[in-house]
Design a protein around this ligand. Sequence first.
Ligand code: GDP
Length: 297
Amino acid sequence: MFENLSERLSGVFDRLTKQGALSEDDVKTALREVRVALLEADVSLPVARDFVKAVQDQATGQAVTKSITPGQQVVKIVHDALINVLKGEGEPGALKVDNPPAPILMVGLQGGGKTTTTAKLAKRLTEKDGKRVLMASLDVNRPAAMEQLAILGNQIGVDTLPIVKGEDPVAIAKRAKTQAGLGGYDVYMLDTAGRLSIDEELMQQVEAVRDVATPRETLLVVDGLTGQDAVHTAENFDERIGISGVVLTRMDGDGRGGAALSMRAVTGKPIKFVGLGEKMDALETFEPERIAGRILG
Ligand code: GDP
């Protein structure tokens, strides 16, 4: 269904007269194709529009190098511009976890992959960074979710805070903090409750937890296949809770990565990790190059 953008652009340029520099018309024609490709990759319209405009200003008048075709040249300009938007500042995958015990707050909607990602990240912090990690589930309305975290903890050899029936999320967060301090943990991760959609009660609960935990990182976990919904979720959580980064899950699926671009452009928050499957090792540092390649096809 998706024709490769490079091929598309070559086709466009084959129809244009060869010139020594990229003319405004050449660039405009090419960028129409780029805009369609971005929209097909599920980039939101305003983001695609702004992006194309920025590239247009940059590309117009650029000398065409002999070694590549004008089509290839525009693809390169677009590729570099994508990387620029996607990259953001700081090192991807870096987390502020000095000053133990460092709290990490995991937030997001139900089904986005929050519990799975909490465990994946705990495993990574343990194995790659040599941290001692304690995980706690605050999802008091879903006992199965609390047990799920304990099961995953067992599986990966990471401790979870024992479940105490009847405790509210703020009390659990306080207990996790105390336990992390007493137990000599470097990091404690709070897996907050999710809802099917954003509601006031959920936000108030997460705010209350944030206020007692004062997290070093607040990571929003969102399903990368949900495109624009993921971006709205991120905007909402960032406004209310203040997030420090995003984890995009289900990037092993056939989504085209447009959500990542919109996410960066709209929220300005770094995408730190991507989830690439259900297994505990299926978490990777976000790589702008890979997503850019996927968007360009
Ligand atoms: P939560 O409700 O946000 O805590 O979501 P869960 O962590 O329970 O995940 C919901 C489902 O998505 C589970 O079946 C996970 O195995 C699956 N899942 C989570 N992350 C990924 C991912 O990156 N790729 C794929 N394919 N599945 C994932």
